[in-house]
Design a protein around this ligand. Structure first.
Ligand code: NI
Length: 184
């Protein structure tokens, strides 16, 4: 399905696009092939980079959309790769939960980040239809991480302390028994 989509280059921290406020995707784009092609490119790049999320600003397009997917884990079923356009988030359960995060734009690093446990996501699909879902746990975390990218925020900004910051290899070796997160 994503075979013919173009692979996009993921930019790294230091590139100004990662610190900009992205613009809403204009209405006219929904009917154009351009949005589809770009969305499929985002999905392809996310999967090939072995990430669970990729936001448009991470490929230097300052637009409010992102791709994500949730691999099956324990008793949680997979959520197939999805593109969310012009998303809005409402926090349903404001209680914060710490969890590990990484980012394709900050390769090699992991850190503990507090995130709201449960959120409601609204937005559009690439076809322009509305999308609405409630997410919790890791699913909610990935969405909040991607949404932050649209406002120029990265997971390092959300850490309450740099104490847990670790390189992936050391993190794997010393810090976790049951690795769940991939870069997003
Ligand atoms: Ni990220």
């Amino acid at each position: 399905m994503t075979v013919e989509a173009q692979r996009l280059e993921v930019i790294r921290l230091g590139h100004p696009a990662l610190r900009s406020i992205a613009e809403p995707v204009p209405e006219a784009w929904f009917s154009s092939g351009r949005l589809h092609e770009f969305g499929r490119g985002l999905i392809r790049s996310m999967l090939e980079e072995e990430g669970v999320g990729l936001a448009a600003p991470q490929v230097a397009e300052e637009l409010r959309l992102f791709a994500y997917w949730i691999p099956a884990h324990d008793d949680t079923p997979e959520i197939e790769p999805t593109v969310v356009v012009n998303p809005e988030i409402r926090i349903v359960d404001p209680e914060l939960e710490e969890g590990w995060e990484g980012c394709l734009s900050i390769p090699g690093l992991r850190g503990l980040v507090p995130r709201a446990r449960r959120i409601k996501l609204k937005g559009r699909t690439m076809d322009g239809s509305s999308l609405s879902l409630t997410a919790s746990g890791f699913h909610a975390r990935v969405i909040q991480h991607e949404f932050d990218h649209l406002d120029g925020v990265v997971f390092l900004d959300r850490m309450t302390s740099a104490q847990s910051l670790a390189f992936e290899e050391e993190w794997d070796r010393y810090m976790v028994d049951d690795p769940e997160p991939d870069d997003a």
